[in-house]
Ligand binder design. Sequence first.
Ligand code: HEC
Length: 200
Amino acid sequence: MKSGQALFIVFASLLFTWAGQIALGYFQVGRLEPILNEETNYTEPPVPSGLAQTGARVFASQGCLECHSLSVRGPSGSADLTRGWGPRRTVPRDYLFREPALIGSSRIGSDLSNIGLRIPDSKDLMLHLWNPRLRNSNSTCPPHPWLFERKVAGPKIENDALPLPTKDWKQILPKYQAKSLVAYLQSLHSDYALPEAPIK
Ligand code: HEC
């Protein structure tokens, strides 16, 4: 084979790879925009608060993605919807304001794309992070006590203290990481319809 031909083959295969991996991906999802909901005048997907965006980083750094996915699959070939993991399948537009887009693939625990709908109360989520067995005595979700601190209770119990009996006069308070992680978990809900993913 002449060197000109070899060079052509190398460049052609590089071009095909670029077209398949980058150009095709860009045309499929690169130009997605949020949708304006004319009833509420809000865009969908909603923009998560700054606290929730910090919480996404805590979620990533704590390794939650090792056991939980953040993507509900459609009805064909998957039982995600019948398991009650969400009102509809997840689509690329759902990750528009999610930076980084955490998707995950492990399903040792349940999919958390709609945990904000399943456990809406921040106190319940805090209790789960402190000790998952308080909510579900058989839970194998690991506790995350390092996201909390024990502080001597003053004359009054603080508002965000966990509703648990104080020990040695100490109350259990969530650190900033726990508060942001809970804000992130509460921001996870896809109860709005998108053109490519209606809610049936
Ligand atoms: C070693 C695997 C593992 C890791 C790591 C893990 N979990 Fe879990 N998690 C589970 C399992 C298994 C369950 C199901 C048992 C239960 O409901 O408590 C679960 C349940 C949950 C639930 C309740 C889900 C529901 O549908 O009711 C929440 C919320 C949750 N985990 C949050 C987290 C967060 C946040 C992190 C990271 C800080 C995390 N988990 C890390 C395994 C894990």
